[in-house]
Design a protein around this ligand. Structure first.
Ligand code: HSE
Length: 288
């Protein structure tokens, strides 16, 4: 019989929380799984992804291996809505879909914590897979093969405007431009803002977000890879959003505003004069 797994998009880093913070959003990929008599059938995705290398299948295989489950054949149907290679956790969604789906087919053997560990091993950092698996906002670190993870109970009332360009940026490329070392004061800059960010989100002190979302570990380096980056940040400031940060490794830029404030059209009006084509997704946190 067919099982369905729904996985949310995620926005990682949230400014200063590099490789640690992430938020699940109400934009989903659906994965359908079925154990079949033999072979591998993948549907709903481009032909180039319909083979053994498929990230969903690879993640299933790793999970089956951990469990020691021998499968006959696998059918996967993918319905994707999360834009690919845009900093919205599309890879994490494939990984989480695969590990959750495999665990279900095998009879729900592993706990969610164990699935988080497998998903993190595959992705290399836990900041997208943790919220993709648990929903809401999470803080997670990966050290010596262990994931330390905590859910952050943030106050409702925030809207997320994902500003998504028509070009891709691979995480690999976006990580390759990061420096080996940073000045001590940049570390201090980010520690303070990460603490302030979490506290202000929990307390609903949204007026602190503009400062709390700033970062010196990755955004300035990555911004140079993104066409229109400085212009978009300027547009966000002019509109007066409550916060703005690079979503994951980019190129999507995430603007935050309070619910009940409508700024989608304002963005769209400004975007007409930019080089690239930018699309606005108006999203909310997926509390799960
Ligand atoms: N924390 C990761 C990064 C998220 O910024 O590279 C993207 O996968």
């Amino acid at each position: 019989e067919m099982i369905k797994v729904r996985v949310p998009a995620t926005t990682a880093n949230v400014g200063p929380g590099f490789d640690c913070l992430g938020i699940a959003l109400n934009l989903y990929n659906n994965f359908y799984f079925e154990e079949i008599e033999e072979g591998l059938k993948i549907e709903g995705t481009d032909r180039e992804f319909q083979n053994e290398d498929n990230l969903v299948f690879q993640s299933m295989k790793k999970t089956f291996d951990k469990i020691g489950y021998k499968y006959k054949g696998i059918k996967i149907l993918i319905e994707d809505n999360i834009p690919i290679s845009r900093g919205l956790g599309s890879s994490a969604a494939c990984i989480v879909g695969g590990v959750v789906g495999a665990n279900r087919l095998a009879g729900d053997v592993l706990s969610k914590e164990e699935l988080l560990k497998i998903a993190t091993e595959i992705e290399g950092h836990p900041d997208n897979v943790a919220p993709a698996l648990f929903g809401g906002m999470t803080a997670a670190i990966y050290e010596n093969g262990k994931v330390y993870f905590s859910k952050i109970n943030i106050t409702e009332g925030l809207k997320f405007y994902a500003l998504v360009p028509n070009f891709r940026l691979s995480t690999e490329k976006a990580r390759s431009v990061l420096p080996q070392n940073i000045p001590y004061k940049d570390g201090v800059y980010n520690v303070g803002r990460t603490a302030l960010l979490i506290s202000s989100l929990v307390n609903g002190e949204f007026h602190l977000l503009r400062e709390a979302c700033k970062d010196k570990l990755h955004q300035n380096y990555r911004g140079k890879l993104i066409d229109d980056y400085d212009e978009i940040i300027k547009i966000c400031e002019d509109i007066g959003v409550v916060g703005v940060f690079l979503s994951g490794a980019g190129p999507t830029i995430m603007a935050l505003d309070k619910e009940g404030v409508y700024i989608k059209e304002k963005f769209e009006r400004e975007f007409s004069r930019l080089n690239a084509t930018w699309k606005v997704y108006e999203l909310s946190i997926d509390f799960y």
